[in-house]
Design a protein around this ligand. Structure first.
Ligand SMILES: C[S@@+](CC[C@H](N)C(=O)[O-])C[C@H]1O[C@@H](n2cnc3c(N)ncnc32)[C@H](O)[C@@H]1O
Length: 246
């Protein structure tokens, strides 16, 4: 029942976040300026970003700890006649035998790492980066209004491939640790009966901009540049990306 980016969660994710597009995709693509560049996407999930890169002939590989996400990524690749080079790997244990021109972690995924894994993960990324390579990283920022949800609340229901999946949430904010801890419950409902339940603990480390910049510096990254991508996730939205190098 307890899972992390398990089957039902992956189905929901894939149903509305299958392929990156628009400003977000253009932003990441703008860092690929040579055909021989090698790109790495840690925490690549369902290949939302990785597959559009492959479709443009870019040499990219990725890793993740969710076998369900990786499976969806491979199946999606098959549909486009692509063979994604993706594998199971924890970022905190990642030891690369190769070095990359560009490493990117879009969509705030780095915030999924608890504080105690951050330094080791950054060190691992550093050793996988070429001397002149670039790291692009997004994080989740501290906002003003975190809504806590103390008891299970249904927040979404979706029909995916003729199956109804109901999503419920509980949310707590631990201010001292800057952790937004969400419990997500996915229920597969058939004929008014719950056929399958997945519960996922989903802690997110929220940062202040300056705080994260200082973490990058402490871990040896330099030339830190903060981009703001206007309309990045659609009109009226924006997100920020740290670009840095060694
Ligand atoms: C929200 S998804 C985002 C995927 C992708 N970055 C995107 O832009 O769509 C976050 C992914 O991070 C993966 N993940 C979480 N912790 C990880 C870790 N310690 N090492 C590698 N992957 C991890 C999860 O399994 C999940 O697939």
């Amino acid at each position: 029942m307890n899972s992390y980016y398990g089957e039902l969660c992956t189905k929901i994710y894939e149903s509305d976040k299958s392929l990156a597009e628009g400003r977000e995709l253009d932003f990441y693509l703008s860092f690929v300026d040579r055909t021989d560049m090698r790109v790495l996407e840690p925490m690549c999930g369902n290949g939302r970003m990785l597959i559009p890169f492959m479709q443009r002939g870019i040499q990219i590989e990725g890793f993740d700890i969710s076998e369900d996400m990786l499976k969806v990524c491979r199946e999606k690749g098959d549909r486009f006649n692509l063979k994604p080079h993706v594998y199971y790997q924890k970022i905190e244990d990642f030891v690369s035998s190769e070095q990359f021109d560009l490493i990117m972690i879009p969509f705030g995924s780095f915030s999924l790492l608890p504080s105690e894994l951050v330094n080791q993960s950054l060190t691992n990324l550093q050793s996988a980066l070429k001397a002149e390579g670039k790291l692009l990283l997004t994080i989740m920022l501290k906002g003003n209004n975190v809504e806590e949800i103390p008891e299970w609340r249904e927040t979404d229901r979706k029909v995916v491939n003729h199956e109804l999946i109901v999503l419920s949430k509980k949310v707590q904010y631990h201010k001292e640790q800057s952790m937004l801890v969400t419990e997500l419950k996915y229920e597969l409902v058939k004929d008014d009966k719950i056929e399958k339940t997945e519960v996922m603990n989903f802690p997110l480390r929220l940062y202040e901009m300056k705080e994260f910049e200082s973490i990058l510096r402490t871990n040896g990254f330099q030339h830190i540049h903060l981009h703001e991508v206007k309309d990045g996730y659609g009109k009226g939205t924006y997100f920020r990306v740290f670009e840095c190098s060694l």
